[in-house]
Structures are given as structure tokens and as C-alpha cells.
Ligand binder design. Structure first.
Ligand SMILES: [Ca+2]
Length: 485
């Protein structure tokens, strides 16, 4: 009872932990309060992981590799001497079309695609199954292929990142890796952070007719675990690696997968030539979980006109949100970033200053962001101690310098005055490092204005009657330097 409770608590903890780790990137923006009022705050985001087999197209090569046209006999799986089964493409109950690799299982018996038999032996029975999404997707879980025929003795899983123009091997599978591919057999468990991108040949999934072992895996999670820990409890660490290592990111990204079936299970050293109806491939299920690659600029992806496309946010566009919208090219496009967990960095596309005009931020910023809800642009990253939609206000603790224009770099000045730096002018004295106490006749934050200017009663003589304090000190310093020479 106690053990049961502990196991359940552990399971719950793992589930909650994984949900928390994965849930950080499901929102692209949220509204928050700021000095400028209610504004959008943008975050890196990605669509949820889901069953990607419902969006793929399958192609067999050669095209006539499916059994049943013409009808042909084959031997029962597990009993190669019962060879009175028939595959007939024109009879629903006896047909084994390719879509049966992707229907929902759970029915008994399984539904499966089945190939022609190896009747042309010794010509190799080789069939390619190509799965295409017409969209870049990121794999998130192990790929699992269930064979009803016994697992092939030789197989290569391949991937393409350019819609099937070029292909790279993903993993080799063989009963004997050295014999089949001249590769030392390895397990994904042998991989480390330095070798995680190595393409290996494994003998773990090619044991022929073992009834309890039907599945061939491509282990995504074991590779994630190298960075995120065995229970994937530290996804932040994985994400940080993905952020900084393009090769690692690309490793889990595909547009197409290709299963190259090179030799069916024989279960023996020699092929029984009198009984070739016992050799074929049959696949009942293929599981592929992943998400649309949207460069962390979208949290959903829609399937319209038989095509997946990201619902881009952050002023981005394109099937993968891979570029900035027109008029939002204030700076170069870049993908969102997983860094600064839990929210990630959105790297949104800003409106170009060319689009909204050069005077928009008074020269205190060359970037602005577009706020949809009020249909307006706001300057981003105002410098020179300014803030506001157009960088036209002063930051807290800074005051507007009355003698400077709005585009002056000194438009906002600190009100923590300092007697050493002599910020107070015209004999004013800094009081408590807070404000200038001015001599009679002067006013302004730094005592920079003669009072008569405000009343319009300045005479040409008044400026000459007294030496401004700063000028007096400067003169004294110059005199002192001359004395030391
Ligand atoms: Ca099926």
C-alpha cells in the first residue's frame, strides 16, 4: 500500500514537473501594466506536441510494393507452414493498404500494411516508405514502428530537412551491424553530450520473430535525457542547449522521414527458397509525435488545404514564421529564444523607423514596437534617460532640462545634484544632494535661469554685474594651474 502510494506520488510529481517544464512556452503574449499603461508583453512560444501522423503523406517506392494486386498467398506470421492466407487489394477484409499503418489501433486483431512477398528471391526485397509533412516539424517523442511480420534484419531510418531533395541517415538497424553496414553496433545509451549527434547502428531491434518484441524505436527521449536528466526533469538545460547549438536543434527537425526496408526477417541464417511466401514486411502502427517548427513565434499550427502552417505572432510571417512582416523590418529577423526561462525571449519584429518616420523617437531610440490593441507604435529602449511612446518624457529621478530641445541627448538630467560636480549653476548650492538652492535672482532646476528672463525684465547690464559661480571657479582653477607652471 505504502509502495503503491509512493509510486503514485512519484508518477504524479514527474507528470506535474514535466507539465510545468513544457508549459512555459504555450503563450506568445500577455498584457501587463507598465509606466506606459497596459501593454503587451511578448514571450517565446511554441505549439504543443501532438500526433503528427495525421498530417503526413505516405509514399511507397516501388509504388506496387503493397500486396494484393494481383492477389497472392502468404504464410501466417509465427507459423510459416500455414501458407493459405490471402492478400487481395480488391477485397476490403483481405486488403492491407498503407493507411493501416496510421489508423487508431486498439482493435483486435491489429490492422496493418503488408508488402508483397519475397517471391523474386534472391533479388533483394527492398521497399522505401516515405513520410512527408511539407512542413518542418520538431520531433518530441520516440518514433515507434510496430512490425507484425517480425522486425527487418536490415533497415535504415533516414530524414530530410529540405522536403526530400537530400537525405541523411538517422539510424541504422541490423541483426549484424558489421555485416550489414560495416558499423560497430552501438546503443543510444552509449551516447554522451559530445556524441549525441552521432549516427549509430543498433542491433537492439532486429531479433527476428520474437513475438513479444515487435517495435523498432528511434530514441528521441534518450537523446533529450543526455541534457535534461533521465526523467527529463531539467528541460531548461535542454532548451538552453537547443538555443545555442543549431546542429542539435536541426537534429530533431525534419520535413520528411524515410523508412528503408532492406531485408525482411528470416529468423534463420538461410532463406527457405521453397517457402518464399513467409517473407514479407507488415507494419501495423507508426507513432510520431512532434510539433510544427515555428521558430518560437507561434503557439498553434493549422492544417488547411492539406498543409500545415504556423499561426505566426510577433509580427512574423511565413510557413515557419521565418521572416518579419513587411513594415516590421526595423531590425533583422531572429528566432525566439528559450533563454531566460520561464518565459523565453520573443525577439519580435519591430516596425521599421522608415515606416513610421525618423522623428518618432526624437533620436533616443531607433526601434519601436507595434501595439495591436491601440493600433499604434511605441518606441522601444529609449536612451538618454527618456521614456514614453516617443521617448518624449523623462525617466523617474530625471528632470526635463528646460534649455535642451526634445532631441538633445541632455534633455533629461538627474535631480540628485552634487557639490563636487558643480551641477548647480550661478552660485547655487546643492542641498542634501537633492536640489539646488539658488542665489536670489536665479531659478531653474540647476539655477540655470536668471529670474528676470521669466519676467522678461532682463537688462543688458545685469548679466555683467556678477561673474557666474561656475565661471568664477573655472577661472580660479586656470589661475591656480598657471601658478604651478
Ligand atoms: Ca493499424
Amino acid at each position: 500500500m505504502y509502495l503503491f502510494l509512493v509510486l503514485n506520488l512519484n508518477t504524479l510529481w514527474v507528470a506535474v514537473s514535466i507539465a510545468m517544464q513544457h508549459g512555459h512556452y504555450d503563450m506568445c503574449k500577455t498584457q501587463t501594466k507598465s509606466d506606459e499603461g497596459i501593454v503587451w508583453e511578448y514571450m517565446a512560444c511554441q505549439p504543443e506536441s501532438k500526433d503528427m501522423t495525421q498530417y503526413l503523406k505516405v509514399r511507397l517506392d516501388p509504388p506496387n510494393s503493397t500486396c494484393g494486386d494481383p492477389p497472392e498467398p502468404f504464410c501466417a506470421m509465427g507459423n510459416p507452414y500455414m501458407c493459405n492466407n490471402e492478400c487481395d487489394a480488391s477485397t476490403k477484409e483481405l486488403a492491407h493498404p498503407s493507411e493501416l499503418m496510421f489508423d487508431s489501433e486498439g482493435r483486435n486483431p491489429s490492422t496493418f500494411w503488408q508488402s508483397v512477398t519475397w517471391k523474386n528471391y534472391p533479388t533483394p526485397l527492398q521497399i522505401n516508405i516515405t513520410l512527408s509533412w511539407n512542413k518542418t516539424i520538431e520531433l518530441t517523442q520516440n518514433i515507434a514502428i510496430t512490425f507484425e511480420s517480425g522486425r527487418p534484419e536490415k533497415m535504415i531510418l533516414e530524414k530530410s530537412l529540405d522536403y526530400g531533395v537530400t537525405w541523411q541517415p538517422y539510424q541504422f538497424y541490423a541483426a549484424d551491424c558489421l555485416d550489414a553496414f560495416r558499423m560497430e553496433p552501438k546503443s543510444v545509451k552509449d551516447l554522451t553530450a559530445n556524441t549525441v549527434l552521432d549516427i549509430i547502428c543498433t542491433e537492439e531491434y532486429s531479433t527476428g520473430y520474437a513475438a513479444h518484441a515487435k517495435t523498432i524505436s528511434f530514441e528521441i527521449k534518450d537523446r533529450f535525457a543526455i541534457f535534461a536528466g533521465p526523467r527529463l526533469h531539467n528541460m531548461a538545460s535542454l532548451y538552453s542547449q537547443l538555443d545555442t547549438t543549431k546542429n542539435l536543434r536541426d537534429f530533431f527537425t525534419v520535413t520528411d522521414l524515410r523508412i528503408r526496408l532492406l531485408k525482411p526477417a528470416t529468423g534463420a541464417t538461410f532463406v527457405d527458397e521453397r517457402n518464399l511466401g513467409r517473407y514479407f514486411y507488415a507494419i501495423s502502427d507508426i507513432k510520431i509525435y512532434g510539433r510544427c517548427k515555428c521558430n518560437l513565434h507561434a503557439n498553434s499550427c493549422t492544417f488547411t488545404n492539406n498543409r500545415l502552417a504556423c499561426d505566426c505572432e510577433h509580427n512574423t510571417t511565413g510557413q515557419d514564421c521565418e521572416r518579419c512582416k513587411k513594415q516590421f523590418q526595423g531590425q533583422a529577423w531572429s528566432p525566439g529564444s528559450y533563454l531566460t526561462i520561464p518565459k523565453g525571449t520573443a525577439n519580435i519584429c519591430d516596425p521599421s523607423i522608415a515606416f513610421i518616420g525618423n522623428c518618432y523617437c526624437y533620436g533616443h531610440s531607433n526601434r519601436c514596437t507595434y501595439i495591436e490593441i491601440v493600433n499604434t507604435a511605441v518606441c522601444v529602449g529609449c536612451r538618454h534617460n527618456t521614456r514614453g511612446q516617443h521617448c518624449e518624457k523623462c525617466k523617474k529621478s530625471f528632470h526635463r532640462n528646460g534649455s535642451a530641445k526634445l532631441d538633445d541627448v541632455n534633455v533629461c538630467i538627474a535631480n540628485v545634484c552634487d557639490n563636487e560636480l558643480l551641477r548647480c549653476q550661478n552660485g547655487g548650492v546643492c542641498h542634501n544632494n537633492m536640489r539646488c538652492q539658488c542665489l536670489p535672482g536665479y531659478t531653474g532646476i540647476l539655477c540655470e535661469k536668471p529670474k528676470c528672463e521669466e519676467t522678461g525684465g532682463c537688462s543688458s547690464k545685469s548679466g555683467q554685474e556678477s561673474i557666474p559661480h561656475n565661471l568664477y571657479l573655472t577661472t580660479m582653477i586656470i589661475v591656480a594651474r598657471l601658478c604651478t607652471l
